[in-house]
Design a protein around this ligand. Structure first.
Ligand code: 1VU
Length: 294
């Protein structure tokens, strides 16, 4: 699955939900949590269930926490009205592995009860100091966790940080999430939202930082942000040409280590070249053997 841009859509705004269907986000997140007022929660859940029936997109739902009065009912309603456009649940404010295990138990129970032959993915949203601290345990808590996502707005509140444009204050949390994801053998994590949706320069700084640190995609809140995120989290033309040249040379040469244009090439660089081409082919709509997802 392509997972560069993950677009948040408030679950109680049908017009916006319909608009999202026409956009190029790789994943759409119907939000039942922070974007919906308490008094609108039940109506939003009903709208989301209705929207799921006709969506052609990869949909994730950000459910409410299992510790409040709405979370359990979100899971039950979504699974008892299951539609295959629903690929997974985003669990907000995760700070322990136990929260993942509780959700996993519910999913196993309801998937069986409602005869659903699909294992829904769980994406833990890491939004606190505790979440960052325990993110390896969180990532390792279930095979349904394929990747982590970072929520910096709540994280900044929790650790008393004032966000800046350069984002230095988030370096530790971002790196910790990337490293824990890899140590737990998960996919590249998804970076936080950038709330200034008309600031393209700021968005570019964020993307470059996140991609440079090892994130594979970014949460977005507005249509303005989708194209840039999709473009920047795809291999560049230069990277693709370089990867092709490396793999062609490997085929011809067959050596474990060789030089190409004054650069040493060996196993990790060859692996990286393969992943780059797989990503490129996936974006082109081909069906590559996704070695990085294994
Ligand atoms: O031109 P049109 O009227 O047809 O469409 C508007 C607007 O409806 C549409 N649009 C969107 N479509 C799909 N998905 C979206 N997320 C979305 N946002 C806007 O684009 C056209 C232009 O919109 P606009 O520039 O006039 O902006 P609005 O005032 O309509 O909306 C701005 C906000 C920020 C309210 C909107 O983008 C939005 O609700 N975004 C998602 C917010 C959200 O879900 N927040 C919670 C998750 S963030 C988080 O918790 C971090 C972990």
């Amino acid at each position: 699955m392509l997972a560069r841009s993950w677009l948040f859509v408030p679950g109680n705004r049908m017009k916006v939900i319909e608009k999202a269907e026409l956009l190029d986000a790789d994943v759409i997140i119907y939000d039942l949590e922070d974007a919906v007022l308490l008094q609108d929660k039940i109506q939003a859940r009903e709208m989301v269930i209705e929207a799921l029936q006709s969506s052609k997109k990869n949909i994730f739902v950000r459910m409410n926490s299992l510790s409040d009065m709405f979370g359990h009912e979100d899971v039950l309603s979504l699974l008892s009205n299951y539609n295959k456009s629903l690929k997974g649940l985003i669990l907000p404010k995760v700070s322990s592995a136990q929260q993942i295990k509780s959700l996993e138990t519910m999913l196993i129970t309801y998937e069986k009860k409602y005869n659903i032959h699909y294992e829904l993915e769980i994406v833990p949203l890491i939004e606190s100091a505790a979440g960052v601290h325990f993110c390896f345990d969180i990532a390792s808590a279930s095979p349904r966790v394929k990747r982590l996502a970072f929520g910096a707005v709540d994280y900044c509140l929790d650790v008393n940080i004032t966000p800046t444009k350069c984002g230095n204050e988030l370096l530790y949390a971002r790196s910790q999430i990337v490293n824990a994801s890899r140590a737990a053998e998960k996919l590249q994590p998804i970076d936080t939202v950038y709330i200034h949706f008309n600031d393209y320069e700021g968005l570019d700084i964020e993307i470059n930082t996140a991609k440079g640190l090892g994130f594979g995609g970014k949460l977005v809140i507005h249509p303005n942000q989708i194209d840039e995120v999709n473009k920047k989290f795809a291999p560049t033309e230069e990277e693709v040409l370089d990867a092709k040249e490396i793999l062609e040379t490997v085929e011809q040469d067959g050596a474990a280590v060789f030089q190409l244009n004054g650069r040493m090439i060996d196993e990790p660089i060859i692996k990286k070249a393969r992943i780059t081409l797989e990503k490129y082919r996936l974006i082109k709509g081909e069906n590559p053997n996704l070695t990085w997802e294994k």
